[in-house]
Design a protein around this ligand. Structure first.
Ligand code: NAD
Length: 260
């Protein structure tokens, strides 16, 4: 379905971004990966997912807190593949602390990586998408883009912000072939969340399994994690012809979290 298209997924060396990159490659899209840490495993996994379509996979290590790095990554993708057709803004970090104790440098980093980076990639990707008459911008927000939790001021502010950016981008391009939507996952068991499970295990002196149950039980009625594969399937839907008139939604996949 996405043969001949190119997807750029920020923060795709692990977790949700990697799952979405694999799902898009499985539909035939070439992929540019981004993120910190070891990346060859992610390149290989995405390559394998798209092997039957002969997809090409490349990587750029831009730091998403740095606008100049982001511009260099967008140039790299355009030179390598012509343009970015599918932009997935996924890179994100978390820090938990009450507002009065929240380190200001963590606030700045979370706003830069989880929100401002999506503004920069979007403004740089849009002209070529509009010229081509087709584009998909998918912002990985969070259920925290819809509701709040204590201790997560910067994260909740950034995620509510990216839902707002999603709506504005969708409206400004509503008469074109470029759509913009947000995905709002509940808990997904990735390195970002494993750190929060570990913190709970230490706090209550319980096992990893018990801490996982506590974490899910607090917020997610299904008591199940959403998976990167499920989120990848939703991203593929947004890219499908059936998604042509889906514009500006913030679609939660959260086991009922935001329904409460
Ligand atoms: P993760 O830690 O597995 O992945 C985060 C990715 O972002 C990694 O590839 C990491 O290298 C990259 N990254 C971090 N800082 C970066 C930077 N400065 N520049 C470039 N890349 C950077 O986390 P995840 O859980 O897969 O999270 C992905 C997105 O999904 C985030 O935006 C997160 O807020 C969101 N999300 C996660 C959950 C969850 O439960 N895991 C729930 C809702 C939303």
């Amino acid at each position: 379905m996405l043969k001949g298209k190119t997807a750029l997924v920020t923060g795709s060396t692990s977790g949700i971004g990697l799952g979405i990159a694999q799902a898009l490659a499985a539909q035939g899209a070439h992929v540019v990966l981004n993120g910190f840490g070891e990346y060859q495993g992610a390149v290989d996994a995405v390559h394998a997912a798209g092997a039957t379509h002969g997809v090409q996979v490349d990587y750029h290590g831009a730091d998403m807190s740095q606008p100049n790095d982001i511009a260099a990554m967008m140039d790299f993708a355009a030179q390598r593949f012509g343009r970015v057709d599918i932009l997935v803004n996924n890179a994100g970090i978390q820090h938990v602390a009450p507002v009065q104790d929240f380190p200001t440098e963590k606030w700045d980093a979370i706003l830069a990586i989880n929100l401002s980076s999506a503004f920069h990639t979007t403004r740089l990707a849009l002209p070529a998408m509009l010229a081509a008459g087709w584009g998909r911008i998918i912002n990985v927000a969070s259920v925290h883009g819809l509701v709040a939790s204590a201790q997560k001021s910067a994260y909740v502010a950034a995620k509510h912000g990216i839902v707002g950016l999603t709506k504005v981008t969708a409206l400004e391009n509503a008469t074109t072939g470029v759509t913009c939507n947000a995905i709002c996952p509940g808990w997904v068991l990735t390195p970002l969340v494993q750190k929060q499970v570990d913190a709970k295990a230490v706090q209550y002196g319980v096992s990893n399994a018990e801490a996982t149950k506590l974490l899910l039980g607090e917020k997610e009625p299904s008591l199940e994690f959403t998976t990167p594969e499920e989120l990848g399937a939703l991203a593929v839907f947004f890219c499908s012809p059936a998604g042509n008139n889906v514009r500006g939604v913030a679609w939660n996949m959260d086991g009922g979290w935001a329904a409460q």
